[in-house]
Design a protein around this ligand. Structure first.
Ligand SMILES: Nc1ncnc2c1ncn2[C@@H]1O[C@H](COP(=O)(O)OP(=O)(O)OP(=O)(O)O)[C@@H](O)[C@H]1O
Length: 369
């Protein structure tokens, strides 16, 4: 657990960036710091790994005052992911990930093996290992950044606007993948973002800061939407919170997830079956959906290049807003649904998801609209 106790930071020029900040970051959860530009989010986060030292107050890590921990030791416990990944441009992907463990005296072979495992963990296959950062997309670079931050297996992870430099569709994918990853690794995470939607998707709890680094409210996403502490929080969370709060409901059993024709990459064209409108879902060797494909676009064999990558993939147990996103962003008009292991379950239509949202609304007559 990370505990802020009456933490303040006044910069030498007199700017009060953070004032009397107290809150707790529970272990194994994602705590998001959110608020308008200049409210002290980054300063607050960087005081945790002592890139910035507080003017007063204490920050403890599992009960130990960070002021008394050697900075190198401290940072070994705290992974750090920054915007634009911040990779070393002249090193390969695998060497970027292995850099810190090597610096700490790890053996070349072992650190590389571990780096390869981490790359796989963040969804990058072996072929990326020898590439250089400039040969990767923004989203792929960001995954390398996450792998690198995990390289010393730190219990704590700080993430500074980790997904803001990529386009909205890739961002949505990275966010979902990151949540899946966190389910497996269970790190204690503090993330900074200016994007309330991102905070609502990723945060187990959200700390809303106002100018001067004052805590306006700390709460779960649902609580923040249902009962904002004051007008500032209500305005920041946004006027559409009624819809958003409903979007956090999960699908009921009435929501029809329809079976959908699918085929693994590599299937000969002659063996492909599709829906009447020509769409089918391409899956990988583990039956995980890759995306929609038009049957007529495949001449000899289904290849990755035939896949239309538009559209997000929603997990069966994800909030309705994710299912709605998947349906609305899909080229076929139906959202792809996967199980917790990421395997294809079927597809949902926009109309069916909207009906499920309406049913959820009927069950919550008191919720704001
Ligand atoms: N080194 C510094 N010297 C003086 N003032 C600073 C310094 N760094 C930040 N500040 C000021 O402290 C306040 C908080 O800055 P901080 O970067 O923590 O905010 P933020 O919420 O992360 O903002 P943004 O979302 O724009 O990055 C701002 O008024 C900023 O101008």
């Amino acid at each position: 657990m990370i505990v802020f106790d009456q933490v303040s930071k006044t910069y030498p020029d007199g700017t009060v960036a953070v004032a009397g900040l107290s809150f707790e970051v529970p272990n194994g959860k994602i705590t998001v710091l959110v608020g308008p530009s200049g409210c002290g989010k980054t300063t607050s986060m960087r005081m945790i790994n002592r890139l910035i030292d507080p003017t007063s107050g204490t920050i403890t890590l599992d009960g130990e005052d960070t002021a008394g921990i050697d900075k190198v030791q401290l940072r070994r416990k705290i992974g750090y992911v920054i915007q634009n990944a911040g990779l070393f441009p002249h090193r390969t992907v695998v060497d970027n990930v292995a850099a810190l463990p090597r610096l700490l005296g790890g053996k070349k072979k072992e650190t590389r093996e571990r780096a390869m495992e981490l790359l796989e963990l963040v969804g990058l296959d072996q072929s990326f290992a020898r590439k250089y950062p400039w040969q990767l997309s923004g989203g792929q670079q960001q995954r390398v950044g996450v792998a690198r931050a995990l390289a010393t297996d730190p219990p704590f992870l700080l993430m500074d606007e980790p997904f803001s430099a990529v386009d909205p569709i890739v961002r949505a994918q990275l966010q979902q993948e990151f949540l899946n990853l966190q389910q497996r690794i269970g790190k204690t995470i503090v993330m900074v973002t200016h994007d309330i939607d991102e905070a609502l998707i990723l945060g187990d709890q959200i700390a809303v800061l106002r100018q001067g680094g004052h805590l306006a409210q700390i709460a779960t996403p649902q609580e923040l939407l249902r009962a904002p502490a004051d007008q500032f929080v209500a305005d920041f969370v946004g006027s559409s919170r009624g819809y958003r709060s409903l979007g956090f409901a999960q699908a009921d059993e009435q929501l029809a997830i329809r079976e959908v024709p699918s085929a693994p990459i590599g299937t000969p064209a002659a063996e492909l079956t599709s829906r009447e409108d020509g769409w089918l879902v391409a899956v990988d060797a583990e039956a995980r959906p890759v995306g929609w494909v038009q049957r007529s676009s495949v001449e000899t064999q289904l290849q990755e290049t035939h896949v239309n990558h538009a559209g997000s993939i929603a997990q069966q147990t994800a909030p309705l807003r994710d299912l709605l996103d998947a349906a609305l962003s899909s080229p076929s008009g139906d959202g792809i649904v996967a199980d917790l292991q990421g395997r294809l379950v079927g597809a949902v239509s926009t109309d069916d998801v909207v009906a499920a949202i309406q049913r959820a609304k009927a069950l919550q007559p008191g919720s704001p609209t």
